[in-house]
Write a protein that binds this ligand. Structure first.
Ligand code: GLA
Length: 389
């Protein structure tokens, strides 16, 4: 058994002595890093993420109290919620992800009763590495295990996405939850976000994934995210008004964009151009990685960053600085912001033997320029979520 699971079980017994007579279940779920394909998932396009070696574990034991009682190793307080609350209100903190999952599980017909939960969340928060998806998926798996209910993985990803859309109020796409459920060690996932067909792309052993955390998260992130989604919906309505039968921007061809796009307001024109060009970059990057053509994959990452910065406008000065600093270090293939944006992390592909130099130089120069000490993680790609006990 993984030492983190052992330690969580020991702490669970201390936190919930009443559970001594009952079986305790543990589930784990990883965060994700997206190599390329940003803000394309909710346009039913393509993404290329992978599950990372930062994980959340949830220990769970059923109780008879009709309450969901939760604690986290990273926080002090205990929280109690009635499981059949007819009008649950979000608290606007991490407990919403757990309760959102409970609500969706019960809505889906799963017979989930009261339970005690202890959470060990080790995915960096507010970093764009999907700590929320990891918490949702690990919670769902632990609760399902405690009620001896099986659930197909893709359905589980969809259910957790609904938890976030409906209860938390973030209109996220499917990428984060899908990556957490379906990761494969050593591989990125080329995901078609319409069909949810996944193709696994092996990552060359000559390269490392280096994640640089800017340590900032701008408060506009959530509002701007929902605004971008609304802008994409507006683009779809525009092209439909021209007689094009598209269900989402995924269906728009470059030729159609060229023929009609100039009628869009300037901002929407750029949003649309990002989605179109990003989708084609994803398929090209997946092919390049498949052929170990890291130079091409890297160039596409830089192009993706420029498009997110200039056309989609979801980057920020700290992310741009981090990418610019990375660009000048020997041994780098490519770098870009990863995740929703407005802070969080960049992802870089760096030659194996250049990683130490890269870390030192980028960290030093970023701190010199911003007075903020960044965190830099070198990660492997790992298997998706699972039950541990
Ligand atoms: C967040 C969302 C994802 C995706 C990315 C941007 O991480 O949760 O669904 O839209 O932003 O690519």
């Amino acid at each position: 058994m993984h030492t983190a699971t052992q330690s969580l079980l020991a702490q669970f017994a201390d936190a919930f002595p009443r559970s001594a007579q009952r079986q305790t279940h543990v589930a784990r779920a990883p965060g994700r890093v997206n190599l390329i394909g940003e803000h394309t998932d909710y346009n039913e396009g393509f993404v290329l993420p992978g599950a990372i070696a930062f994980e959340t574990r949830v220990a769970c034991s059923p109780n008879d109290s009709g309450q969901l009682t939760m604690r986290s190793l990273q926080q002090k307080h205990e929280f109690n919620f009635a499981i059949d609350d007819p009008a649950p209100l979000p608290r606007r903190d991490w407990t919403d992800y757990v309760r959102g999952v409970l609500i969706e599980l019960r809505r889906s017909g799963s017979a989930i009763g009261g339970a005690d939960l202890l959470i060990d969340g080790r995915v960096p928060m507010n970093a764009g590495l999907s700590s929320s998806a990891a918490l949702e998926i690990a919670t769902a798996l632990a609760l399902l295990e405690a009620s001896q209910t099986a659930f197909p993985p893709v359905e589980l990803a969809r259910l957790c996405q609904r938890a976030e859309n409906n209860f938390v109020g973030a209109r996220c796409g499917i990428m984060d939850q899908f990556s957490s459920v379906s990761g494969r060690a050593g591989h990125a996932i080329l995901l078609d976000c319409r069909s949810l067909q996944a193709t696994y792309v092996p990552l060359s052993e000559n390269v490392e994934i280096v994640i640089c955390n800017t340590m900032v998260k701008h408060s506009v992130a959530a509002g701007e995210y929902n605004r971008r989604r609304a802008e994409c919906d507006e683009c779809v309505r525009f092209f439909r008004s021209k007689g094009l039968e598209i269900a989402s921007l995924r269906d728009l061809s470059e030729q159609e964009f060229t023929s009609y796009g100039s009628g869009l307001p300037e901002v929407l024109f750029r949003r649309c151009r990002h989605v179109l060009t990003e989708n084609s970059r994803v398929t090209l990057a997946a092919a390049a990685l498949e052929h170990e053509d890291l130079a091409i994959a890297g160039r596409l990452m830089y192009e993706s960053h420029a498009s997110l910065r200039d056309d989609y406008e979801v980057s920020c000065p700290e992310l741009n600085l981090m990418v610019d600093l990375a660009k000048n270090v020997p041994g780098i293939y490519g770098s870009r912001m990863t995740g929703g944006g407005f802070g969080g992390c960049t992802v870089s592909l760096v030659a194996h033997d250049a990683v130490e130099g890269f870390k030192n130089e980028v960290a030093r120069k970023y701190e010199d320029a911003t007075r903020i000490q960044p965190e830099i993680y070198v990660t492997t790609l790992v298997d998706g979520a699972g039950r541990e006990k």
